[in-house]
Every structure is written in structure tokens, then in C-alpha cells.
Design a protein around this ligand. Structure first.
Ligand code: 3SL
Length: 232
């Protein structure tokens, strides 16, 4: 049986051998949710950058540039990191270059994997079906917050472990812990996350509607995946 594992922070990724695995890059609030929404909305491609200046420079190559640091849109960028930014009709077919505090770093650290796909609650079941059909070992890679554990990415990791039970074997304690947390939280994810640090951070910035959207399960049926440098 194939194995499923969970890396709880980019600071721990050196402990995992990702070659030969499918990595699911996750930043529920909000980078991976934005990417899922964008690809579903018909955005042509999304190119992630950990480095802000490198991302900004893509403007000269015809990209729409999206930038977030500490929850806020970066001055001089076209888009911030709200899924609603990515749902705008005029982005259909456009190329977006994006940099965010944690999510784009996790994707950058995933590049040696056999395949990198983008996970969010929005495409949870579509992704679970896809992984089941692929029949490869899977690592759910949580972006966390500045190297620290975060609850929302871990809950999503647990949701995937739960959705794939019987088909994949958890390969250490992290998937078991994530699954247990998700079982506790799934009745009302929003309420469960009320005291979590990033929900509090985003609430202070007045972006409750993004939180609600990003926690909505099974709204979209796309599997955004890295192809070369671009997510398509
Ligand atoms: O850290 C990230 O990559 C972002 O998703 C954080 S935020 O939700 O845009 O604040």
C-alpha cells in the first residue's frame, strides 16, 4: 500500500525524502486557496516566487504580479492574496507571478518532488480522488507561518489522511495527529479555528470573508499542478 505523510512546517522538510513522491503544497489561509480559485477561474498560469523582488520583476515580462507579506498586499503589486482577487473575470488566460509569506516558499521547497499539486479545502475531494488514482506515495506539505506549525494547514492535512484512509498507510505520527485534529474540527472548521493565530491576524485586517471562503470544502474540481516553473 502507498504511504501518506505530513510535513508540518517548511523548517522540517529536510527530514523528508520527496523524490519519487507527490507533494501536496498547502497554505489554506490563503495562498493555496487563491491558486485553486485562480486556476478554476481560468487563469492561464501562476508562477510562485519566494523572493519578492524576483516576483516584482516579472511585471516587465507581461505577468500580472500578486504580492503579500504579513497578510497585506504589497505596495506596487497588482493583486494581493485574496481568493476574490483571483476570481476576477479579467484574469482569464493571464499569467500571474505571485509571492507570499509562506505558501510560495513551501512550493519552492517542493521542487524536487516527482509531482507538486496544490491542495485546499476548495478542491479536497477532487484531489483525494486524484491521489487515489495516481497510486504514488504522498507528502502533504504544510506551509505554516514563518517556520512555525499552524492549525489550518494541519487540519487540511488531516482531512486528506481521513479521505484517503484504507488506500494509504500513514507513515509516521504527524498524519495520525492531523487526522485526529480534523475529526475534532470537521463539524465546524471556522469555529475550531477561531483562536488560531492566522485567523486572528486576518480578522484584525478585516478579511473575514476570505477565511470563510478558504474553509469551504469541495467547491472546485481542479488540480493545480506545477509544470516547470508554472502552476497550471
Ligand atoms: O503566508 C502565505 O503564504 C499567505 O497565504 C498568508 S496570507 O493569508 O495571505 O496572509
Amino acid at each position: 500500500m502507498n504511504q501518506i505523510d505530513v510535513c508540518l512546517s517548511p523548517e522540517l522538510i529536510h527530514l523528508y525524502d520527496i523524490t519519487g513522491k507527490i507533494v501536496v503544497a498547502v497554505d489554506i489561509l490563503r495562498a493555496s486557496s487563491c491558486m485553486t480559485a485562480g486556476i478554476s477561474n481560468g487563469v492561464g498560469s501562476i508562477r510562485p516566487f519566494a523572493d519578492l523582488e524576483a516576483c516584482k520583476a516579472m511585471k516587465t515580462q507581461g505577468y500580472v504580479i500578486a504580492g503579500e507579506r504579513n497578510g497585506q498586499k504589497v505596495a506596487g503589486f497588482d493583486l494581493g492574496n485574496s481568493p476574490y482577487d483571483y476570481l476576477q473575470e479579467h484574469l482569464n488566460g493571464k499569467k500571474i507571478a505571485v509571492t507570499t509569506t509562506n505558501g510560495t516558499l513551501a512550493i519552492e521547497k517542493s521542487k524536487n518532488a516527482k509531482m507538486v499539486v496544490i491542495g485546499s479545502f476548495l478542491n479536497k475531494s477532487t484531489l483525494a480522488n486524484f491521489l487515489q488514482k495516481k497510486g504514488e506515495d504522498v507528502l502533504i506539505f504544510c506551509a505554516g507561518w514563518k517556520g512555525k506549525f499552524n492549525l489550518e494547514d494541519t487540519l487540511f492535512a488531516g482531512a486528506m489522511v481521513e479521505a484517503l484512509k484504507g488506500h494509504f498507510l500513514p507513515s509516521c505520527d504527524a498524519p495520525l495527529a492531523a487526522q485526529a485534529l480534523y475529526k475534532d474540527a470537521k463539524k465546524d472548521l471556522r469555529a475550531y479555528l477561531q483562536n488560531s493565530s492566522h485567523v486572528q491576524r486576518l480578522q484584525k485586517l478585516g478579511i473575514d470573508r476570505d477565511i470563510a471562503y478558504c474553509l469551504t470544502e469541495d467547491q472546485l474540481n481542479v488540480i493545480p499542478a506545477l509544470s516547470g516553473e508554472e502552476i497550471i
